[in-house]
Design a protein around this ligand. Structure first.
Ligand code: MN
Ligand code: MN
Length: 468
């Protein structure tokens, strides 16, 4: 038997090499990944808005014995609790056995995704076609949302104070809605425009109806298409046009997530950003059972628009929860925070071999190479970022390595090519060590985003190791 050369052994010992999940994991583990992805797809398809994600998750938490928690409630070790914040953000809490002064472990993701919201007064009729005026939500590339089937989701609060849920375009046989685009034959002028000019915010009008209301005498009514829309909506949901003023209605891609590729190792679907991190962290806290650490899974709203508002991560609620947990054990809240740790769980940009020019491959997340850690995000000269300390990266790295999690370190793309942020800085500003971590995504923010089942599973394993 020939011995390996010293240089080869040395290279193995000294060099960093990314691990591909397929090299690292057994056939048994690979089939566990496939099964996990099916559970995720079912939850994702039922959770197309933050409200739906909260509803679906509360069902799962209650089935697992988590009890409703209200600020001010006294808690005890072993308690499994959840706080539903206005139906749009959610906190799952598992109280650990160690003293609360040792800190809590937070896994914070978001359950809102880029989409096309209706304006408060949305309905108009133009040349016999009825439309909804829209105001897009989050960072969308507008051209991607034309000529695809759209579903309408949301809630309408009526004048009597009751709220009805609206879903159109998801059930078999349901009609869908659509934003039109030019035919190539007549797009000569459009072709000359830049992407930013060719598709405008005010141009994202959604076709909702194309026939007028017809009176009992067979005559077409005045403002007939508009009247037809309201008549159909009134029959189904009991709403009148004024009720749009107190509504949250949004157009999202219609249909379910699907496997991508002949080998079925990718999932294509709407809203992986950031529901893949929400679901994996949820599964981790559910399956951890009774733990030493106190764990909190935070599912935030409004990340895509800057984390503002009462359901965004800049709201004090997460810190209020931490303070309330501390108070339950007569502990000093600031001590609890100072010893707490956070994984800011949000998707990463996966290196796309079709667009290598915007990535710096050496420092990019590679598909199937596991969950991606990001020491910093931001843009330009690391502007607006939580830049994690070497020590905390080292601690997280050890937790993951000990649990045999396949992980990689990544930044978004080439320096000065663009950038992005997460909720990390809104948590670290409370004196909590925080690092970004997430599943790499191809075509992030598109109506049809793509992730790896293997990376999804490694995210779950990472969260499981963190909250153990
Ligand atoms: Mn995100
Ligand atoms: Mn995003």
């Amino acid at each position: 038997m020939s011995e390996e050369k010293k240089s080869k052994l040395l290279a193995k010992e000294l060099f960093y090499k990314k691990t591909n999940v397929f090299e690292a994991k057994t056939a048994e583990e690979r089939s566990a990944m496939m099964a996990f992805a099916e559970d995720y797809k079912a939850w994702l398809d039922a959770s197309k808005t933050e409200r739906e994600a909260v509803d679906e998750t509360v069902k799962i938490l209650e089935a697992a014995g988590f009890k409703k928690y209200t600020l001010g409630d006294k808690v005890n070790a072993g308690d499994k609790l959840y706080l539903n914040n206005r139906g749009k953000s959610l906190f799952a809490i598992s109280v650990g056995s160690e003293p609360i002064e040792y800190g809590v472990r937070i896994m914070a993701s978001h359950i809102d995704s880029p989409r096309i919201d209706l304006k408060p007064n949305p309905l108009f009729e133009n040349d016999g076609v009825g439309y909804f005026k829209t105001h897009y939500y989050g960072g969308i590339r507008k051209y991607q949302w034309a000529t695809i089937p759209l579903a309408l989701h949301g809630v309408v609060t009526k004048s009597d104070g009751t709220t009805v849920k609206v879903t159109v375009g998801e059930d078999a046989g349901d009609p869908v809605l659509c934003i039109s685009d030019l035919l190539p034959h007549l797009a000569k002028d459009q072709y000359q425009k830049t992407l930013a000019q060719a598709f405008t915010g005010e141009g994202l009008n959604i076709m909702i109806c194309s026939s007028p209301y017809i009176d009992e005498d067979g005559e077409v009514a005045y403002d007939g298409v508009r009247l037809n829309v309201m008549s159909i909506l009134n029959e189904k949901y009991g709403i009148v046009e004024t009720d749009f003023l107190s509504a949250e209605l949004t157009a999202v891609p219609a249909g379910k997530s699907v496997d991508v590729g002949l080998d079925r190792w990718l999932i294509g679907g709407y809203g992986h950003d950031d529901r893949c991190c929400a679901y994996t962290s949820l599964r981790a806290i559910l399956e951890a059972g009774d733990t030493v650490h106190t764990n909190i899974v935070a599912l935030a709203d409004k990340e895509e628009t800057g984390s503002c508002g009462v359901t965004g991560m800049r709201c004090t609620l997460l810190m209020d929860i931490t303070a309330n947990l501390a108070a339950s054990f007569d502990a000093n809240e600031s001590v609890v925070r100072s010893n707490s740790l956070c994984l800011s769980a949000d998707v990463a940009a996966a290196f796309d071999p079709n667009y290598p020019e915007v990535y710096e491959k050496r420092n990019s997340a590679i598909l199937h190479c596991g969950v991606a850690l990001a020491k910093y995000t931001g843009s330009g000269g690391k502007g607006n970022t939580n830049d994690t300390s070497a020590e905390y990266v080292g601690l997280v790295r050890k937790i993951f390595d000990d649990a045999k999690v396949v992980w990689q370190m990544a930044e978004l793309g080439k320096v000065d090519q663009g950038g992005g942020g997460t909720v990390a800085m809104y948590i670290s500003e409370h004196n909590i060590d925080t690092i970004d971590i997430g599943v790499p995504v191809i075509s992030m923010h598109a109506p049809f985003e793509i992730i790896s089942k293997a990376d999804l599973y490694e995210a779950y394993e990472a969260f499981a190791a963190f909250c153990k």
